[in-house]
Design a protein around this ligand. Structure first.
Ligand code: ADP
Length: 578
């Protein structure tokens, strides 16, 4: 009920259109009485009282009323479709807006395919509740009441007999509605799982091909797809049994009605025309009942979908996204004070970390894979919040700052330099919407990216391809450096590539990074000896703990973990020493 009220509230955003749609539905319903009335007129007046003069006027009235009904019906279909599209757009937008405001942590546990399935399938199914569920159900109920009223007016005894099947149909459809709800839920979940697999496999299609695991991928897709079929089939099976049962009860009612009508007419209690008109009206009486039976399925399915959509909409926003302090400028003084953090809540990923970066300094983070280096950067961007301790920039706790403001001050160049499948210009303008082409080219020059962009046929208008697939790893990295240069942030977070680049490309990337690092506070996950040598401070992380810190020479003198790390990481890979 709560879900239904929430959906209806969306409809009230279009009050005029909703009211018009309902009004037209009610008018259509009222006009169904034309056919039984005309039939009765033909039998009891024109035939019995021998009035041939009334044939043409009665027929004309009947045809006009039917024409009017169809005209209203056409308009109603148009209005309903337009209302449905507007509602779908509204809820889809609300859902997408919400997705952008959810914390990064939420995306760790919800797959893209699953989310896409909610946006693509569950939003339209939710709106079917309004159009088919509410609008049609109200119209059907109204039609039912009007026809029953008409019948009562002519013979209450015959009406009561006609309505005998009704309670049985009500019991059966209510039972099935309850029974099918979990089945619809399972079917929606199976659909989401299928989408998640599809999305994952398409994203990893190169890996699937490279490792020749196409048969296994096909098998997992086959399993998921089969499950969707099985889950949907269990609903359909039920429906296939319930629907004939409803029809059987309803149609047995006709025999009962005609038999009783014949008996009443024989005893002179009613005119024969009343029985025939009841027969015609019967169609209009049971049409809403059968429609309600179908609608109850749309309804049940829609409620399940709506719950899935609202579950996302009700997830709390990322805290502090827009509210919080927005200082005028940032000089780039960063302090971590006794910061601890855990992704899962058990063992800490970052353990009691205390470190300081003065404005303009470069801090190199080193350590084995999984030591927690990327996590330090994730905490600085506030993608995740520390479980203990505090991080300060320019003396202000991160928790007090607006996240949007903070992220505006940050340049974040990651290993997987993501490009959207739009033009290069649009990709670069993400960093600074107002940048002119001259400025973009200057950033590309400084990032050593201008040459290869110039060499493309369309220059800045070149499409980047999905995830930037049109460009090589080294090119993507330099484009993302250019993006950061264009943003010109006071604080820079850098993840040096571990992917093997050829000597020349690596030299170009490194030079670009040098240009980017100058004059700003920089936290860099270092993989190259040259980076750590130049860093103002090197922080050695081990299982989330800061175990050594100092300059390259200081740490060499310590002869501790850093020296071992240098030997393992840099000595074996002379190319990294450049
Ligand atoms: P590094 O950058 O030093 O290689 P990370 O900071 O990426 O290390 O990871 C530190 C630890 O946290 C690893 O054990 C990793 O598996 C875990 N981890 C990283 N990201 C997540 C995440 N989103 N959810 C759960 N655990 C994570």
């Amino acid at each position: 009920m709560v879900t239904l009220i929430r959906i209806l509230r969306h409809t009230f955003r279009f009050p005029l259109q909703s009211a018009l749609s309902l009004l037209m539905a009610l008018s259509c319903a009222s006009l169904v009485l034309v056919l039984p009335s005309i039939t009765m007129e033909f039998i009891d007046v024109i035939i019995v009282k021998k009035r041939p003069d009334l044939i043409i006027p009665t027929a004309l009235i009947g045809i006009s009323a039917i024409l009017l009904r169809q005209a209203i019906f056409t308009l109603r279909t148009y209005y309903n479709n337009s209302l449905e599209l507007k509602l779908t757009h509204l809820i889809r937008l609300e859902l997408y807006d919400k997705l952008q405001r959810l914390p990064v942590k939420w995306f760790d546990s919800n797959s893209s395919g699953e989310v896409m399935s909610r946006v693509a399938n569950d939003v339209p199914a939710t709106n079917r509740i309004i159009i088919e569920g509410v609008d049609q159900a109200i119209a059907a109920l109204f039609q039912f009441l009007i026809v029953v009223g008409y019948m009562f007016w002519h013979s209450w005894q015959l009406t009561l007999v006609t309505l005998v099947p009704l309670p049985f149909i009500a019991i059966l459809t209510t039972w099935w509605s309850r029974r099918s709800e979990p089945l619809w839920r399972e079917s929606a979940e199976a659909n989401s799982a299928l989408n998640a697999i599809l999305h994952d496999n398409l994203a990893g299609i190169r890996q699937i091909k490279a490792y020749t695991v196409e048969p296994q991928a096909l098998e997992s897709f086959d399993k998921a797809s089969r499950k969707v079929g099985e889950k949907t089939m269990s609903v359909m099976r039920g429906q296939a049994l319930v629907w004939p049962a409803v029809s059987f009860i309803a149609e047995s009612g006709i025999i009962l009605m005609v038999a009783f009508g014949a008996w009443s007419a024989l005893h002179g209690q009613i005119q024969p025309g009343v029985v025939v008109s009841f027969l015609v009206a019967w169609g209009f009486l049971f049409d809403p009942i059968s429609r309600i039976n179908n609608l109850s399925q749309t309804f049940t399915r829609g409620i399940v979908s709506a719950e899935r959509v609202f579950a996302i909409i009700d997830t709390p926003d990322e805290a502090n996204l827009t509210d919080g302090l927005k200082p005028l400028a940032l000089s780039g003084h960063v302090q971590f004070k006794n910061v601890s953090f855990s992704y899962s809540g058990d063992s800490p990923t970052i353990n009691d970390l205390t470190l300081e970066a003065m404005p303009g300094q470069t801090i190199a983070l080193v350590g084995a894979t999984g030591a927690g280096k990327s996590t330090v950067l994730n905490l600085l961007t506030r993608f995740y919040e520390p479980t203990h301790g505090n991080i300060f920039v320019d003396g202000v706790s991160l928790a007090e700052l607006s996240k949007e403001w903070l992220r505006d001050q940050l340049g974040y160049v990651t290993q997987e330099s993501f490009l959207f499948n739009t033009s290069l210009r649009e990709n670069l303008l993400l960093a600074k919407a107002s940048a002119e082409d001259d400025e973009i080219w200057a950033a590309l020059e400084a990032a050593n990216a201008a040459d290869f962009v110039r060499a493309t046929q369309d220059g800045l208008n070149t499409l980047a391809g999905e995830r930037g697939s049109r460009f090589s790893g080294g090119e993507r990295q330099r484009l993302s450096i250019a993006r950061a240069l264009l943003k010109n942030p006071p604080l820079l977070l850098l993840d040096e590539a571990t992917s093997a680049l050829d000597n020349h490309t690596e030299y170009l990337v490194q030079q670009a990074l040098e240009n980017l690092r100058s004059d700003r506070t920089c936290f860099v996950i270092a993989h190259r000896l040259s980076t750590v040598q130049k860093a103002d401070r090197i922080c050695v992380l081990h299982h989330g703990k800061l175990i050594e810190q100092g300059t390259h020479l200081e740490l060499l003198a310590l002869k501790g973990t850093y020296v071992k790390l240098c030997e393992a990481t840099f000595a074996n890979n002379p190319r990294r020493n450049t």
